[in-house]
Design a protein around this ligand. Structure first.
Ligand code: ZN
Ligand code: FE
Length: 260
């Protein structure tokens, strides 16, 4: 069992302008999944180069930059296209709809569905406990969170808190490479956080080399991502919101980032 669980290959590359394609491949079973379908041609090319055939498409939400590749990726072979029941009417090509607490099998692992409304009303994340892997798409970013297109600050705060209950070691893959811009904002609201300052240096180095700053981890985000730290005294002081509720602090953070 251990050998099987250590053999999952994870490929991540930037596509479009700042989206991530993430492909999972299990050499034991041959099962292959793509998290969302931002660029069907590029994902198909990567699959071909590994002689992999897509078995699963895991769709997190209905935005075009996450679903546009579905037709290109499902025209050959049978692909299970799993996406949020709450957005089924907005996503063409789903073969299976899921909601919070549902689970399904991928390559012998259980994949759990976590509903995380906020960015969109039906956004879901995919969590593989056996691998300590989370695919957070546009809910949680490294040092940031998704914009609130369809949800309230309270929705997003609740969603991020849910993700915050996962083990610290959980590796987190996200929908976009936004880390540098997020870092520039984070240091303005959390100026005395030395873990964050160290991380910003590392992020600059990675981006200078054209490398991805992801995956991150839940533990790392809890120490450095202002949107997961609404209770932090330093952030509250920087915002002049020492006595506010966590929701008020979070709302102020999201509004400030939108204008940053
Ligand atoms: Zn989106
Ligand atoms: Fe997106």
């Amino acid at each position: 069992m251990e050998a099987l669980l250590t053999s999952l290959i994870i490929e991540q590359f930037i596509c479009r302008s700042d989206n991530f394609c993430v492909i999972l491949h299990d050499p034991m079973t041959g099962e292959t999944a793509s998290i969302d379908a931002p660029d069907g041609e590029r994902i198909a090319a990567r699959l071909d180069s590994g002689n992999w055939s897509l078995t699963h498409l895991l769709i997190t939400h209905h935005h075009p930059d996450h679903v546009e590749g579905i037709p290109a990726l499902t025209k050959k072979g049978s692909v299970e296209v799993i996406g949020p029941a709450a957005e089924a009417g907005k996503i063409n090509g789903l073969t299976r709809t899921v909601g919070d607490g549902d689970s399904f099998d991928f390559a012998g692992r259980t994949v759990k569905v976590i509903s995380t409304p906020g960015h969109t009303a039906g956004h879901i994340c995919f969590y593989i406990p056996d691998e300590q892997l989370l695919f957070a798409a546009d809910t949680l970013f490294a040092l940031g969170c998704g914009r609130l297109f369809e949800g309230s600050p309270e929705d997003m705060l609740t969603s991020l808190r849910k993700l915050g209950t996962l083990p610290d070691a959980t590796r987190v893959y996200c929908g976009h490479e936004y880390t540098k811009a997020n870092a520039a904002f984070a240091v303005t609201v959390d100026p005395d956080n030395s873990t964050l300052a160290d991380r910003v240096k590392e992020i600059d180095e990675l981006r200078e080399k054209g490398l991805a700053t992801l995956p991150t981890t839940i533990g790392f985000e809890k120490r450095t991502n202002p949107f997961m730290r609404a209770d932090d005294p330093g952030i509250r002081k920087a915002l002049g919101l020492e006595d506010a509720t966590d929701l008020e602090v979070f709302t102020a953070l999201r509004a400030a980032k939108d204008k940053f």
